[in-house]
Design a protein around this ligand. Structure first.
Ligand code: GDP
Ligand code: IMO
Ligand code: MG
Length: 422
């Protein structure tokens, strides 16, 4: 029986998962998303073009690969149809290659309204969600009120209306009386189009594929520090973004997991509110943001930037049993004379290597840095490891030693081709 390799983000999202899934896809028969929804924005660059995927897996551009939206995903039919149409227009045969799990939950228009109303009610302590209805949809799932994709094969109106009435009552209690006319029109149009896609019992399909010796790559969304259990709660997303989320999100057993690819930036970013101990609100942080074009792929919001955080990385490597590291956006640090890496935190005057429970207040966590010399040359045209400058090799060796895990792939630019496998 073949295994499922998992690729997931080790920081606060936007590590470059889309690019690497696209690069790795030729080695796989199937690519499957296991959690998250249209809060994700996975960017791919090839042949001079840029694509941003939200709900559709990043393996969709390779000719013979089957792509699966797993049961752990939350799907917004309106956004999904928009995305599928864009891809069809660019010549990608989405319908032939995509399968959607019947057990995935549907995002309703009222989930999006609830997301906005919840944020509004939080006033000064907003989470800074993507506003895509993610939290309310997963809340309904665990509360056992959710509407699943498979309902569109039955009495969908009944399931929809029951959920909608519940949402409207909640919204009214929050002082919101929305007019749903336009939202429902586009929603029901999208549902009709969703019916033309192939729905599957994802757990059976994936296990059957593994049994037939097919290779499967599971694509994570968000990042491990946004995991609902282990992230910087409550400033997290509402799903399990770590490797165990792949088992529940696709219906596979733990022993079916093969490689765990952990992906991280050579520095660190975060969108939305919440703690970020190594954040730089100075010229250095600004230079990272400009050089790395750090603006959210979904909402366009500027991403907060800072030095790499090894305490958080070691934690997330542990949580997912990462076997192979992938370092992204190395080229963004090309101009820096010195690079810093946070090797420990000082919390209440005490040095620690652990992510503390009370991780909600940045001011109480002081990063302790190592300083590493920068390489100060252009990495973007490098195509072979042999051509890495000595100082860059030194940074890689420093990280591998600190993290106790090999860095197998290094990315030096957004294009598919700017990828060096070691
Ligand atoms: P994802 O959500 O993890 O798939 O990452 P995003 O697509 O949201 O953000 C990563 C951004 O960095 C995208 O704009 C990519 O095109 C870009 N990118 C990926 N790898 C590299 C790299 O090695 N160097 C540079 N400069 N940009 C990269
Ligand atoms: P990808 O897959 C970065 C963040 C939001 C917010 C928090 C909760 O592209 O890496 P949500 O809408 O999920 O309820 O928002 O999580 N967030 C992301 N940050 N990359 C993402 O996805 C994210 N998806 C959600 O900014 O702080
Ligand atoms: Mg992203």
């Amino acid at each position: 029986m073949a295994k499922v390799d998992v690729l997931l983000g080790l920081q606060w999202g936007d590590e470059g998962k889309g690019k690497i899934v696209d690069v790795l896809t030729p080695n796989y028969d199937m690519v499957a998303r296991f959690q998250g929804g249209p809060n994700a924005g996975h960017t791919l660059h090839f042949d001079g073009k840029k694509y941003v995927l939200r709900s559709i897996p990043s393996g969709i551009f390779q000719k013979d690969t089957i792509n699966v939206v797993g049961n752990g995903v939350v799907l917004d039919p309106v956004r999904f149809i928009e995305e599928a149409k864009e891809l069809q227009k660019s010549g990608c045969s989405v319908k032939d290659k995509l399968r959607i799990a019947r057990k995935a939950h549907l995002i309703l228009p009222t989930h999006r309204l609830l997301d906005a109303a919840n944020e509004k009610a939080l006033k000064g302590s907003k989470i800074g969600t993507t506003g895509r209805g993610i939290g309310p949809t997963y809340t309904d799932k665990t509360a056992r009120y959710g509407v699943r994709v498979g309902e569109i094969e039955g009495d969908f109106d009944k399931a929809y209306n029951t959920a909608k009435e519940r949402h409207l009552a909640r919204l009214a209690a929050m002082g919101e009386m929305p007019d749903l006319t336009d939202l429902e029109k586009e929603y029901f149009d999208a549902i009709e189009q969703l019916k033309t896609f192939k729905l599957i019992d994802c757990e059976y399909e994936i296990n059957a594929a593994l049994h037939d010796g097919k290779k499967v790559l599971a694509e994570g969304a968000q990042g491990s520090m946004l995991d609902v259990d282990y992230g910087t709660y409550p400033f997290v997303t509402s799903s399990n973004t770590i490797a165990s989320g792949c088992c529940t999100g696709l219906g596979i057993a733990p022993q079916q997991i093969g490689h765990v690819f952990g992906i991280f930036k050579a520095y660190c970013t975060r969108v939305g509110a919440g703690p970020f101990p190594t954040e730089l609100q100075d010229e250095v942080g600004h230079e990272m943001a400009v050089r790395g074009a750090e603006f959210g792929a979904v909402t366009g919001r500027p991403r907060r930037c800072g030095w790499i955080d090894l305490v958080a990385l070691k934690y997330t490597i542990m949580l997912s049993g990462v076997t192979d590291l992938i370092m992204m956006k190395s080229d963004v640090l090309d101009t820096f004379k010195e690079i810093k890496a946070c090797r420990a935190y000082r919390v209440n005057g005490k040095e620690t290597q652990r992510v503390p429970f009370h991780f909600t207040d940045d001011d109480s966590i002081e990063p302790i840095y190592d300083t590493i010399p920068g390489w100060q040359c252009d990495l973007t045209a490098v195509t072979r490891e042999a051509d890495f400058p000595a100082a860059f090799r030194n940074y890689i060796a420093y990280l591998e030693n600190a993290l106790g895990c090999p860095i197998k792939i290094v990315s030096v630019g957004p294009d598919r081709k700017q990828t060096i496998v070691r």
